[in-house]
Design a protein around this ligand. Structure first.
Ligand SMILES: [Zn+2]
Ligand SMILES: [Zn+2]
Length: 271
C-alpha cells in the first residue's frame, strides 16, 4: 500500500471536491488565517493539503477536537472580517442554533457571506457555515461542513462538523469547557463593540453627506458671491479634500478617496 495519496485534481468547481477524502500530501499554499501557521516566521505561505486546501496545522488541531472563538488568534488583517461575520450571527447559548442574520441570496435562498479568498476558492460568496468553520475549527479550505441540527441557517460551531478530515467531536467537553465559555464571552463583547463602532461610522458618513450637500448647493448657486466661493474652495484645498486633490481624473464636488479593500489581499501587509 502506498503511503502518500496526492489529490486527484479534477476539473469543475473546487467545492465539488469537498466530498472526497482528504489527501495526505501537502503543498505550499495560501497563508492560513491564523497567526503562527506560516512555513516560517517571515513566510507568506502555509502548508495545505492539496485536495481541500486545508491548512495542515488547522487540520491537526481539528483532529484533536480543538476549537476556538478567539479572534486574536487570527492574523490582524482578518480580525475585522471575523467581527463583521459574527455580527451577522445570532450568537445564542452553546446548545442552541445560532441563526444567520446576514445576506440571503434572493434567487437560491442560500445564506451567503462575501469574501474573496484567493488561492482557496474562486467563489466570492461562501456559505456562512463554512465561514463559521474557518473562524472556529480552523482554516480548512473548502472542506465540507455538515450540521448536527439540520438547520441550514445555523452557524453554531458546536453544531458544525467538518467532513472527511476525521475531526474529533466531544460535545460534552465543549459545553463544559471554561476556556471556550470565556472565549465566547469575549467574542460577544468584541462583536458588540464592533457594531457600535460601525453605527458611529455610518452616522459620521450621514453627517458628512449633509455637509457635502450644503457645500454643493453653495458652489452651484448662481447667487453665491465670488468671495464666498473662493473661501469654500480654499478651505477644502487646505483641508486636502478638494476634488482636484482626491480624484483629478474624475472631477466632482468633494469626494472621499475610494477604498477598494485591496489591502486585505496583500499577504505581506502584516509584517
Ligand atoms: Zn492554519
Ligand atoms: Zn444548529
Amino acid at each position: 500500500m502506498s503511503e502518500a495519496k496526492p489529490a486527484k485534481k479534477r476539473g469543475g468547481h473546487a467545492y465539488g471536491r469537498r466530498h472526497l477524502q482528504l489527501s495526505n500530501t501537502a503543498e505550499e499554499g495560501e497563508l492560513c488565517l491564523y497567526s503562527g501557521h506560516s512555513l516560517g516566521r517571515f513566510s507568506s505561505h502555509s502548508m495545505r493539503y492539496d485536495s481541500h486546501q486545508a491548512c495542515t496545522r488547522c487540520v491537526a488541531a481539528a483532529r484533536e477536537g480543538r476549537m476556538s472563538f478567539d479572534i486574536d488568534r487570527l492574523l490582524k488583517k482578518h480580525r475585522a472580517r471575523a467581527l463583521s461575520f459574527w455580527s451577522k450571527v445570532d450568537i445564542a447559548a452553546p446548545d442552541e442554533c445560532w441563526n444567520w442574520n446576514g445576506c440571503i441570496n434572493p434567487r437560491t435562498k442560500q445564506p451567503q457571506f462575501a469574501w474573496r479568498r484567493n488561492g482557496i476558492s474562486t467563489s466570492t460568496q461562501h456559505h456562512p457555515q463554512r465561514v463559521a468553520m474557518w473562524f472556529t475549527w480552523g482554516d480548512l479550505g473548502f472542506t465540507g461542513v455538515k450540521t448536527t441540527c439540520g438547520n441550514k441557517y445555523c452557524c453554531n460551531p458546536f453544531h458544525l462538523i467538518p467532513q472527511h478530515i476525521g475531526v474529533y467531536v466531544d460535545d460534552d467537553s465543549y459545553l463544559e469547557s471554561f476556556e471556550l465559555a470565556c472565549q465566547l464571552h469575549t467574542l460577544r463583547t468584541q462583536v458588540a463593540e464592533y457594531m457600535v463602532e460601525q453605527a458611529l461610522k455610518e452616522q459620521e458618513k450621514l453627517d458628512q453627506s449633509e455637509e457635502i450637500d450644503a457645500r454643493a448647493a453653495l458652489i452651484l448657486d448662481p447667487d453665491t458671491g465670488f468671495g464666498e466661493k473662493f473661501e469654500a474652495v480654499m478651505t477644502d484645498l487646505l483641508a486636502g479634500r478638494h476634488s482636484t486633490q482626491i480624484e483629478p481624473e474624475d472631477p466632482g464636488l468633494y469626494r472621499e478617496p475610494t477604498d477598494h479593500g485591496e489591502d486585505a489581499d496583500d499577504p505581506t501587509k502584516d509584517f
